[in-house]
Design a protein around this ligand. Structure first.
Ligand SMILES: C[S@@+](CC[C@H](N)C(=O)[O-])C[C@H]1O[C@@H](n2cnc3c(N)ncnc32)[C@H](O)[C@@H]1O
Length: 250
């Protein structure tokens, strides 16, 4: 198994509890596909909160035309959630593409503005080799359960995001962005992607952030402060979010 650098706020007691959960997961006695159809058995409060957070945000952007982008999708859990929310709230909106940008090789373009935490280094929060191939299959399996599944609506874009986003926007001049979710944890790619998407955002579009006001990852807040006058932004949270926040463009 490759060494994956990751980070957690969990206490030692919580870490032990999660080891126990993983052990129970590995030893689960459920037969065959009963495992995936009972996945809530292993879903912790924290992950459920994130799903409920996205559920609220999805309803916020439902009437806004355009695509959804996750900047920094890693293992892809949010992409799967967004895919399923699309199927629930707007099953026939084949125009609602969902894009996931990631190096699939961990952090790229760290900066002094990202602070001094030991996680801030190139390659942190990587994934296992060729993970994007597996994630593509997983997204397709979920999409197959949705209407109009023959129309491609999900896309993973591998590489340094500012470079691949610039190319995507050049190749897709029709693009409107309804919702951009930022979760690089880093200053430079966040600022570059904010600047690149600015001309593609309309009134009512939502910018979401996983790490604003996070002392461990100051870069995301610094990027937003450079991108916009914070006094002019209403940075909101909803009842399900801890660190997550969002801004509605007006
Ligand atoms: C915190 S993780 C994302 C977690 C994911 N959104 C989730 O909730 O499960 C940060 C991700 O940003 C990616 N990343 C960091 N710098 C990047 C860059 N310059 N271009 C593309 N992806 C980058 C990393 O590879 C990593 O997968």
């Amino acid at each position: 198994m490759e060494k994956i650098t990751t980070t957690t706020l969990a206490s030692n007691q919580e870490k032990r509890n999660r080891e126990k959960l993983f052990d129970l997961y590995q030893k689960n006695p459920l037969p065959g596909e009963e495992v995936t159809s009972n996945s809530a058995l292993f879903l912790k409060r924290q992950e459920l909160s994130k799903i409920l957070f996205f559920n609220e945000l999805y309803q916020q952007i439902q009437s806004i035309h355009g695509i959804i982008i996750e900047f920094g999708c890693r293992w892809g859990q949010n992409l799967i959630t967004l895919n399923n929310l699309r199927a629930i709230y707007e099953p026939y909106n084949y125009n609602r593409k969902i894009l996931g940008f990631d190096t699939f090789e961990g952090f790229k373009n760290t900066d002094v503005k990202d602070g001094v935490d030991s996680i801030i280094k190139e390659g942190s929060l990587g994934v296992t080799g060729n993970y994007e191939v597996y994630l593509e299959q997983l997204l397709q399996v979920h999409e197959n359960e949705c209407p109009l599944s023959h129309i491609e609506k999900n896309k993973l874009i591998k590489g340094d995001a500012p470079i691949s986003l610039k190319k995507y926007l050049e190749d897709n001049p029709q693009a409107l962005i309804a919702f951009a979710w930022f979760d690089f944890d880093l200053y430079k790619p966040t600022l570059d992607c904010l600047n690149l998407i600015k001309p593609y955002l309309t009134k009512g579009a939502v910018l979401g952030f996983d790490e604003l006001n996070d002392p461990k990852f100051p870069g995301e807040t610094l990027a937003l402060r450079e991108f916009a006058d914070l006094n002019s932004l209403k940075i909101q949270r909803n009842k399900f979010s801890g660190m997550q926040s969002y801004v509605v463009m007006d």
